[in-house]
Design a protein around this ligand. Structure first.
Ligand code: HMH
Length: 222
C-alpha cells in the first residue's frame, strides 16, 4: 500500500488541528519568518539532544520488533537506515552545541522532556505490538520532517545560522524516509486487529500532544 489511502491518512484528516499545532507550531513559524529568539533555539537544541539520546534505544526496540514480527525484510532496512542517521545526528548535536556555546553535559531535562522520554520507554516494552511501535516511530520522525521542511520552502526567511538544522530534518531524503515509514505503518495497521489499531491511534495522539508541549517548553512557556 502506498502513502495516500491508508489508516494514517484517515487519522491525519481526523486529527488535523492537532497535527497542525505540532507541525506548524509558533516556534517553527518564527524560524521560518526569521523572528526566532535564539535563546529558544538554544533551549530546544540542548533539550532535543537529551531526547535524541533516549530515541536511540527506542529505535533499537522498533528494529528488534521488526525483525521478530514483520513479514517484510525491507522494514528492517528502513529502520536501520534511520538508526544510522541517528548516529550522525548525535555527532551533529555536539558540534552544533559547541557552536552555540552550550555545555551539553550540564543540561537538565525539562519536565515535558522527561515525560516524553518516559513515554518512549513505555513503548519499548515487549508487550507493545510492532504495529503500535512503528506507528509511533513514524509519527516522531514525520512531525520534525514536516515542520522543518516548512522552514526551507521558497520565501522562507530562516536565519542562516538555523539553515543546517532545518536541512537535517527538512531535506528530501529524510522526507522519503518518512514516507517509507508511513507505508510500513499503514501496511501493518491495515491488517492489525481493531484493539491494536486503537492503541496505535492513541500513541499518535500522545506524540502530537508531547510535540506541541516540547515546542512550548523550548519557547520557555512551560
Ligand atoms: C522532540 N521529536 C523531537 N525531537 C526529535 N529529534 C524528533 C522528534 C525527530 O526525530
Amino acid at each position: 500500500m502506498e502513502v495516500g489511502g491508508g489508516v494514517i491518512e484517515t487519522w491525519l484528516r481526523k486529527h488535523r488541528m492537532l497535527y497542525i499545532r505540532a507541525t506548524k507550531h509558533p516556534l517553527i513559524l518564527s524560524i521560518r519568518d526569521g523572528t526566532i529568539d535564539f535563546s529558544s533555539f538554544k533551549r530546544w537544541l540542548g533539550q532535543d539532544y537529551i531526547f535524541v539520546r533516549a530515541f536511540v534505544p527506542f529505535s533499537a526496540s522498533v528494529l528488534l520488533k521488526a525483525c521478530k514480527e514483520s513479514d517484510n525484510s525491507s522494514d528492517m532496512e528502513v529502520i536501520l537506515g534511520g538508526m544510522a542517521s541517528l548516529n550522525d545526528e548525535i555527532a551533529w548535536f555536539k558540534k552544533e552545541a559547541s557552536k552555540w556555546g552550550l555545555e551539553l553535559s550540564t543540561i537538565v531535562p525539562q519536565k515535558v522532556n522527561q515525560e516524553y522520554c518516559r513515554f518512549l520507554e513505555s513503548l519499548m516494552s515487549p508487550q507493545v505490538e510492532y504495529t503500535v511501535a512503528i506507528t509511533a516511530f513514524w509519527a516522531i520522525e514525520a512531525v520534525y520532517q514536516e515542520g522543518f521542511a516548512l522552514c526551507l520552502q521558497d520565501g522562507s526567511k530562516t536565519p542562516p545560522e538555523l539553515k543546517e538544522t532545518c536541512q537535517r530534518w527538512g531535506n528530501d531524503g529524510f522526507g522519503q524516509y518518512c514516507r517509507s515509514l508511513q507505508n510500513i505503518a499503514n501496511r501493518h495497521l491495515g491488517k492489525a486487529p481493531p484493539d491494536v489499531v486503537a492503541r496505535a491511534e492513541v500513541a499518535l495522539l500522545q506524540i502530537l500532544e508531547l510535540e506541541v508541549e516540547f515546542w512550548n517548553m523550548s519557547q520557555g512557556k512551560t
